[in-house]
Design a protein around this ligand. Structure first.
Ligand SMILES: Cc1cc2nc3c(=O)[nH]c(=O)nc-3n(C[C@H](O)[C@H](O)[C@H](O)COP(=O)(O)O)c2cc1C
Length: 230
């Protein structure tokens, strides 16, 4: 069993309350401009930008720090074409046969269908895999705790980092996604989590006119009102 080792937290000094609020509100406003984009420009994006955003994602917290993720960044046009073909095959079966009516009804306001041209148009696809277990340096298997939760958090950071950098993303989940293991040469025990489409939006990109739930519907407070102390 490894002994814990500690070092001082390298944290910047805490901001004054007004600065804290200003930063929180600025971040809120910045992330509120993120939208899922489904029409991409072929304009290239430097690999260094993707690398920096992946490094941000890989800094995410994870259950027992086991970092149960693998990110596969795909810029190769031939491989993107094969991913598109495989995804569209699954999506055609999904929309025509597999999807229950309730799911199709939920998707209706988005106007999505089985055609996925963005999988070839966008300069980068990032496939994200969950590793339910990994290997210790001595080859023994180690279970990954809260693997799905950890990968979800890392993916949220990745989407936010890409948006913050000035890029658009599409969180794509072709159903099912097993073909990604084969095309991207990932071991069978890894589970494709989602496929992130990354690039600049097309000049004429349109997004569905949809709304967020109001904050008071999704947040509750205990106590309900500020007592002036907080
Ligand atoms: C887990 C997850 C899976 C999604 N899968 C798809 C998908 O397969 N295809 C798609 O067009 N959008 C997909 N989306 C995007 C959502 O439709 C989109 O986030 C939602 O409609 C809200 O729109 P916004 O991101 O523009 O605010 C997915 C989003 C999430 C979080």
């Amino acid at each position: 069993m490894a002994e814990p080792r500690f070092r001082p937290l390298a944290a910047p000094p805490p901001p004054a309350p007004a600065e804290l609020l200003a930063r929180a509100e600025a971040f809120r406003d910045q992330v509120a401009t993120r939208r899922t984009v489904r029409q991409f420009s072929p304009q290239p994006v430097d690999r260094a930008v993707i690398t920096a955003c992946l490094a941000a994602a890989a800094s995410a917290p994870s259950g027992a720090n086991l970092q149960p993720w693998q990110f596969v960044a795909v810029g190769d046009p031939a491989l993107k074409r094969r991913i598109r073909q495989a995804a569209e095959e699954e999506e055609r079966a999904f929309y025509a046969e597999r999807a229950p009516a309730e799911w199709l009804a939920a998707l209706a306001p988005l106007g999505t269908d089985a055609d996925k041209p963005f999988l070839e148009a966008a300069p980068w696809l990032i496939a994200i895999f969950v590793q339910p277990w990994g290997r210790l340096p001595d080859g023994r298997r180690v279970k990954h705790y809260y693997a799905t939760e950890s990968v979800g958090i890392a993916t949220g950071i990745l989407i936010t980092a890409l948006h913050q950098a000035g890029l658009a993303t599409l969180t794509h989940t072709p159903s099912p996604m097993g073909f990604l293991n084969q095309l991207l040469d990932r071991p069978a025990h890894e589970r494709a989590f989602l496929l992130l489409v990354v690039g600049h939006p097309a000049a004429d990109a349109q997004v569905p006119d949809i709304r967020r739930k109001p904050l008071d519907e999704v947040c509750s407070w205990l106590p309900a009102e500020s007592d002036g102390v907080d």
